[in-house]
Ligand binder design. Structure first.
Ligand SMILES: NC(=O)C1=CN([C@@H]2O[C@H](COP(=O)(O)OP(=O)(O)OC[C@H]3O[C@@H](n4cnc5c(N)ncnc54)[C@H](OP(=O)(O)O)[C@@H]3O)[C@@H](O)[C@H]2O)C=CC1
Ligand SMILES: O=C([O-])CC(=O)C(=O)O
Length: 266
């Protein structure tokens, strides 16, 4: 039995718990959330993971694997210490690695604990192709993220514009993946994933668009290099509980967990 600590119990975490009820080889032992979310999280746990304790930090003993679906700050607070203790971690908030020196810090914690941190592909695809293409050499990688205006609420996209009033597609950001992931921590984790798999946070070109004509979260990756080239378009359904987040992120996290224990992993 693999004993799991889930960090975060919002849109992704709750949907993961729903799916993981079917997995008999895994047990959710702990759900880690801020103290002000205890009551709501206990109600979710009662329904979907009755054996889980709701806590404000990952237990030091009795956890085989940590899975994070909480946000950038949770990596420093919960993933780093778990790695240092030797517990492997699966991370959804990949954009946290855009902070200067943070990827190195994460790696050092994993080395100190003799374990590994796995960054999930989340809402984007072709991370495998991109990471393989990097070995032969990449010349250019572009990422374009297009979401409905409501998905950009509470972000810098609101500065100087009324998102509700947009009548046409509007570029809200153009720059590096590092800047995108820093400025849009709940919307541009995939920009960080694409860049970490490919040309790096500073050389990956990112454009973010608020588009009233789309209902899905549309992600495009274009890459060129020694391997040839590819263009990928994902049209992801957002989660009802959080329009910023694509449902595919949940499936990607569940896949990562299942692959940890599957005799044949794909
Ligand atoms: N790689 C990818 O493709 C994607 C990655 N993500 C990442 O996943 C994160 C979660 O997404 P989503 O579930 O939609 O967001 P939600 O806002 O719906 O849920 C976040 C949950 O995490 C909790 N939380 C916040 N901060 C902490 C912390 N420091 N420690 C423990 N728990 C914490 C929240 O508690 P409370 O309610 O009290 O704040 C809430 O339960 C995003 O912030 C983003 O970083 C999201 C989409 C795609
Ligand atoms: O879920 C998505 O479509 C992408 C997302 O929010 C992110 O990359 O942070």
């Amino acid at each position: 039995m693999t004993r799991i600590a889930l960090v975060g119990c919002g849109a992704i975490g709750t949907s993961m718990l729903e799916l993981l009820q079917a997995d008999k080889a895994m047990e959710i032992k702990a759900i880690v959330v801020p103290a002000d979310a205890f009551a709501a999280t206990r109600a979710v746990a009662e329904r979907l993971a009755p054996g889980a304790q709701v806590l404000s930090s990952v237990p030091v003993e009795g956890i085989d694997l940590v899975v994070e679906a909480a946000g950038h700050a949770a990596i420093e607070a919960h993933v780093l210490p778990a790695l240092q203790r030797g517990t492997p971690c699966i991370v959804a908030s990949v954009g946290a690695l855009s902070a200067a020196g943070f990827a190195e810090k994460l790696e050092a914690a994993a080395v100190a604990g003799g374990t590994q941190v796995q960054l999930i592909a989340g809402a984007i695809g072709a991370i495998d192709a991109l990471a393989a293409a990097r070995i032969g050499g990449l010349d250019e990688v572009r990422y374009i993220g297009r979401k409905p205006p409501r998905a950009w609420k509470g972000t810098p996209a609101e500065q100087g514009r009324d998102l509700e009033a947009l009548t046409q597609a509007t570029v809200i950001f153009e720059g590096s993946a590092r800047e995108a992931a820093t400025l849009y921590p709940k919307n541009a984790n995939v920009a960080a994933s694409v860049s970490l798999a490919g040309l790096g946070l500073d050389r990956t070109l990112v454009r973010l668009i608020a588009d009233p004509a789309v209902a899905d979260n549309v992600h495009v990756v274009e890459a060129q290099g020694a391997f040839g080239s590819f263009e990928l378009t994902m049209r992801n359904k957002p989660l009802a509980a959080n329009p910023k987040t694509s449902a595919l992120t949940v499936y990607s996290a569940v896949r990562a967990l299942r692959n940890r224990i599957a005799p044949l992993a794909i």
